[in-house]
Design a binder for this molecule. Structure first.
Ligand code: HEM
Length: 448
């Protein structure tokens, strides 16, 4: 029999009540108020106006200076809570998924349980491995170019053309998001879902309720209608869509394809935000725009599925403004650290912007630096984790940048964009929050 690891007598550093309240006020509440499952545009606008995301990073920098490398326990009645403050600990927690650090935390399960209770992310082993493997196969994780890329890029091209024709001289979020959702529905479910706005609306209602977790009763009837509709599309298995691919893949009784697909539809939404923010970066950074255009033009229309520089810009938008800023885990057993024991059932927060924007360590913290993502090891061990990491890493980490960069190529390849609102410049630090809902571009023909 293996020996139990000796429990350390030492106690992990514990924040004072005042510091704990400050983490709540400046990190947790702003993150939750913006909406974890569906964004609340008004709160995103407030966050941009008063610099809430930058303040959250500064608060964690202060905690690091005061308490050291952590993990730091926060004394909260009724819930053991810890915050990760050092890069090595981020790597350890993410590598230790799903045991001893499960992604299926109580909070996440209550939130996602509203509309996708069987999604891999909140499934416990062994069901988790079955569902995770399935998602990896559907999305072809680890492959920069999906085997159905030609079909998907055709969809992007068609919808981008409609978008640009209808946008006239102004491109804003409302116009962009309509086109992006058409792309999502066609790529995930098939062309017959193109105009099924009702499906997206049903999901939006379920996501709005799920933002409240266990504080809001479930809308079971709506969730059933939503999954019935998804299953109809899945049974059609249209060629050239992920639904077509799913039909051909092995499944078990536990796979629950419609729950995984609900997550695809939901998670594509932040992909649109990142795409739109990347357009804002490229519209305001002439050197990077020129490099992106050079790559797009050289690739021509047929090979736009692999655009490493444009993808790097997309990844930079996610580093600067991560759409999943808070990565949560929960300990499934007592865990030993140098500083002491972290008890079982401790809820752990990794706040990605603290690492992505740590200007005490990264000289590029607040500026656009796409070359970072063209290196063999982006960050050289520093946690740049817009897609998380370890065995719980996003299985769409290649697929989403491929789709986003294809959309960017269609727009930037043919049009000149100038950002009207807000002001961004290579000469100034980029803001901690970029409200995608209020971005507005003036559109003109591309200068020769
Ligand atoms: C900008 C877009 C996206 C970002 C930044 C992103 C980021 C993430 C992150 C950080 C996680 C881990 C969450 C956690 O540990 O709690 C995750 C998980 C996941 N993502 Fe994404 N994601 C994106 C888009 C997508 C899309 C479009 C899909 C599907 C088409 C997808 C499928 C998944 C799945 C299935 C998981 C669960 C993985 C597991 O169970 O281990 N994501 N994503």
């Amino acid at each position: 029999m293996g020996q139990e690891p000796a429990k350390s007598e030492a106690r992990l550093a514990t924040a004072s009540i005042v510091d704990t309240l400050a983490v709540f006020a400046e990190v947790a509440i702003p993150t939750l108020s913006k909406g974890v499952i569906i964004r609340r545009p008004k709160m995103v606008s407030v966050a941009e106006a008063v610099g809430l995301d930058s303040r959250a990073v500064q608060r964690l920098q202060q905690l690091w200076a005061k308490y050291g490398s952590g993990p730091l326990l926060l004394p909260i009645p009724g819930r053991k809570q810890a915050v990760i403050l050092s890069p090595e600990h981020v790597q350890r927690v993410l590598a230790g998924t799903p045991r001893p650090f499960t992604p299926a935390t109580k909070e996440k399960s209550s939130v996602l349980g509203h509309f996708e209770p069987n999604v891999s992310l909140i499934s416990k082993p062994p069901k988790r491995s079955d569902r995770r493997r399935f998602n990896g196969m559907v999305l072809e994780e680890g492959c920069p170019v999906h085997s159905q890329a030609d079909a998907f890029l055709r969809v992007v091209k068609e919808e981008a053309e409609v978008l640009l024709a209808r946008s006239g001289e102004e491109l804003n979020w409302d116009k962009f998001t309509v086109a992006w959702h058409k792309v999502i529905r066609r790529v995930v479910l098939g062309d017959s879902a193109r105009d099924d706005h009702e499906l997206t609306e049903m999901l939006a209602k379920l996501r709005a309720v799920s933002n409240w977790g266990f504080l809001h009763p479930k809308r079971a009837k709506l969730a059933k209608q939503f999954h019935d509709r998804l299953n109809q599309y899945l049974s059609r298995a249209e060629t050239g869509s992920l639904a077509g691919r799913i039909a051909a893949l092995p499944k078990t009784d536990e796979t629950s394809p419609s729950h995984q697909v609900a997550h695809y539809l939901f998670a594509f939404d932040p992909g649109g935000m990142a795409t739109f923010r990347t357009l804002a970066l490229l519209a305001t950074h002439p050197d990077e725009r020129a490099r992106a255009r050079e790559e797009i033009d050289a690739a021509g229309e047929t090979v736009r599925k692999d655009l490493p520089f444009v993808r790097a810009c997309f990844l930079e938008s996610l580093r600067l403004w991560p759409t999943t800023p808070a990565i949560f885990r929960e300990t499934t057993e007592d865990v030993e650290w140098d500083g002491g024991t972290m008890p079982k059932n401790t809820h752990i927060l990794i706040f990605a912007p603290f690492f992505h924007r740590d200007d005490e360590y990264l000289d590029y913290a607040h500026r656009l630096n796409p070359d970072l993502w063209l290196q063999g090891m982006p960050g050289n061990g520093w946690p740049l984790v817009p897609f998380s990491g370890g065995p719980g890493i996003c299985p769409a980490r290649d697929f989403v940048p491929m789709m986003g960069s294809a959309m960017i190529a269609e727009i930037l390849g043919t049009k000149e964009l100038s950002l009207e609102q807000p002001r961004l410049s290579p000469e100034e630090p980029l803001p901690g929050t970029l409200d995608n809902y209020t971005l507005r571009f003036r559109v003109g023909p591309r200068a020769s």
